[in-house]
Ligand binder design. Structure first.
Ligand SMILES: CC(C)(COP(=O)(O)OP(=O)(O)OC[C@H]1O[C@@H](n2cnc3c(N)ncnc32)[C@H](O)[C@@H]1OP(=O)(O)O)[C@@H](O)C(=O)NCCC(=O)NCCS
Ligand SMILES: [Zn+2]
Length: 244
């Protein structure tokens, strides 16, 4: 049976869930192959400098050449790269990967980890982000850890069933337990907002734009005092300790 009731949310643990990694990789590749990312194929010689934008998932990487230089195309997100990226992400403090699973099929993913506020300029490769976040959160501390919500994605066939919300809340719980009160994420906001942007800025979530990239990809940095969302986790609310 498909449907929201049959979908289980798990916190990924390598010791028990290694068999789900191929499903994670496949979902990641499928979501990034779609608009607005269109990261399906790219030029094997010039990589991201000559992406194969416009080709659909029906295109065979072996049979099509780069429209700019003629070199063969390659898969934009090779499986081993997706795997090593997630392994790197999971080495950060308070990192976790949450999966939505039905049977053996992975239909949703959410990743996040904590980073010191002072590292956000470098992490996001956008000068001024740390300063903008300090103003937004009302802190001067470079050491204060913020919750970075990395990727979130749900299989198109399973969307609008609150699976992303369930994944996000599971991820949020880990940050709440770690006493990380402030959240940051990045997605495409301009000129046509991505679905992820609509999702993060929807009423229940309430993230707001704190910084913008000055390039043609339209990406924005979003932030939110996630401590304001902890009430959604149910159970008793644990107030922050004095001075923390
Ligand atoms: C964003 C995304 C994760 C949302 O997943 P989802 O499971 O469909 O979202 P939910 O059902 O939890 O939605 C919760 C709320 O968000 C808002 N929302 C979700 N999708 C929306 C959309 N397409 N437009 C406007 N609001 C939306 C709604 O308020 C919704 O509540 P409602 O259904 O009760 O009205 C999903 O659309 C997706 O995977 N998109 C592609 C993400 C992507 O590109 N990821 C890679 C880069 S990070
Ligand atoms: Zn090329």
């Amino acid at each position: 049976m498909n449907g929201p009731a049959a979908v289980e949310i798990i916190r990924f643990d390598h010791r028990h869930h290694a068999h789900l990694l191929p499903g994670y990789v496949s979902l990641y590749q499928r979501v990034y192959a779609q608009a607005p990312w269109n990261e399906y194929l790219m030029c094997s010689r010039h990589r991201h400098d000559h992406p194969a934008v416009g080709l659909t998932e029906a295109a065979d990487p072996e049979s099509v050449a780069c429209a700019i230089c003629g070199a063969p195309l390659m898969v934009y997100w090779p499986a081993d790269e997706v795997r090593s990226d997630i392994e790197g992400d999971l080495r950060h403090p308070h990192a976790s990967l949450h999966l939505a699973v039905t049977g053996q099929q992975v239909v949703g993913l959410a990743v996040g980890y904590a980073l010191p506020l002072g590292q956000m300029d470098r992490k996001l490769r956008l000068p001024g982000t740390t300063a903008a976040l300090k103003t937004f959160f009302g802190t001067q501390s470079d050491e204060m850890e913020v919750a970075y919500f990395s990727d979130i994605a749900v299989d198109p066939a399973f969307r609008r069933n609150h699976i992303a919300r369930r994944l996000f809340l599971d991820r949020l719980r880990v940050f709440a337990e770690a006493r990380v009160w402030y959240g940051v994420t990045r997605t495409k906001g301009d000129p046509e907002p991505s679905v992820t942007y609509k999702w993060y800025t929807s009423d229940g979530m309430g993230f707001t734009v704190v910084n913008r990239y000055d390039d043609d990809r339209g990406r924005v940095v979003l932030a939110k005092r996630i401590i304001d969302l902890f009430c959604l986790l149910g159970g008793p609310y644990v107030p922050p300790e004095e001075g923390k």
